[in-house]
Write a new protein. Structure first.
Length: 312
């Protein structure tokens, strides 16, 4: 039996303190540009949307504007659709999928919904291709009162005025091979626990809200995405990443209780997408297209349900 090498930071069994976090931070380096990749794309979209700077992430020597796009015109009588990407900065298709949706599909919903899209919630992590923020905090476990993550707190502030009017929230994510090679070992080291090796699902899957499940909604998204890329199968235990698969390509988490982004509103229709960009069966273009297909299918399903309810 091969024993995994200890994570290079910290002492096994001991949670990190400030010294270890500083050591971890010193190992992170800029690998891509938020300004070029994200803000540049947003500038190209500015003629069609209202661009809102909803906060600023100051991490010396850099300062990152936190930017969202809103429908133009915004009509108060319409429901709100919230799309979030890049909560985990290393999950590229979440960011690119949100931007691609705005560029290619958003205008089809003009006059039917108000769109609110935050394509890159965690720009510091986006540039460093990392899951955590500068303080070694996971933003997607931090959507709660007195959040330890600036990125999460800023997004909650943006959404607060519309929270009870959100009809759909799609939070765009990826599950990558680096989850197992880097991020899960780092998490275990940070928290002073033993890393238990696991697998990475090959394919697209969704995370529903166990407190308010919407199985038909999730399956409508799965059906749409299956036309773009393959859907993850359960493992030998009938699970995906340690959770029982409740329907093809779907697991459930208690979104709000875990402080997950998809739990920040009262939306009746909400989901977290997970694509697998490292699959030999998928390209980056397919992963982006899968995110776009998921958003469109989510909106289409919710609007169709409103029509049915209105005619009943």
């Amino acid at each position: 039996m091969t024993t995994a090498a200890p994570y290079p930071i910290g002492t096994p069994g001991c949670p990190w303190g400030e010294q270890e976090i500083a050591q971890w931070r010193s190992r992170q380096s800029v690998k891509r540009s938020y300004r070029e990749d994200v803000l540049g794309a947003i500038e190209a979209l500015r003629p069609h949307f209202t661009v809102v700077e909803y906060g600023r992430l100051d991490v010396a020597p850099a300062s990152y504007p936190l930017v969202a796009l809103k429908s133009r015109p915004w009509r108060d009588e319409l429901p709100v659709v919230l799309v979030t990407g890049g909560v985990h900065g290393y999950e590229t298709s979440g960011v690119q999928g949100a931007l691609q949706f705005l560029d290619q599909q958003a205008q089809a919903y003009a006059g039917m919904v108000n769109l609110l899209v935050a394509p890159c919630v965690s720009p510091w992590a986006y540039e460093r291709i990392h899951r955590w923020n500068v303080d070694a905090v996971d933003p997607n476990r931090s959507f709660r009162q007195n959040s330890p993550a600036q990125e999460s707190a800023a997004l909650m502030g943006l959404v607060a005025p519309f929270r009870e009017r959100v009809l759909v929230h799609v939070d765009l994510h990826e599950t990558t091979d680096s989850d197992e090679s880097e991020f899960r070992p780092a998490l275990a080291a940070r928290d002073g626990v033993r890393h238990e090796p696991g697998g990475i699902p090959d394919g697209f899957y969704l995370v529903d809200d166990s407190a308010h499940p919407q199985p038909a909604f999730q399956q409508a998204i799965i059906a749409a995405v299956a036309r773009v890329t393959h859907i993850a199968a359960a493992d030998a235990q009938g699970e995906i990443i340690g959770s029982p698969m409740v329907a093809p390509g779907v697991i459930e988490y208690p979104l709000k209780a875990l402080g997950l982004c998809a739990g920040i509103t009262g939306a009746p229709y909400k989901t977290t997408t997970e694509v697998y960009p490292d699959s030999p069966r998928a390209t980056s273009e397919q992963c982006n297209a899968a995110q776009v297909a998921a958003v469109c299918a989510a909106i289409d399903f919710a609007l169709a349900q409103r029509v049915v309810a209105a005619s009943a």
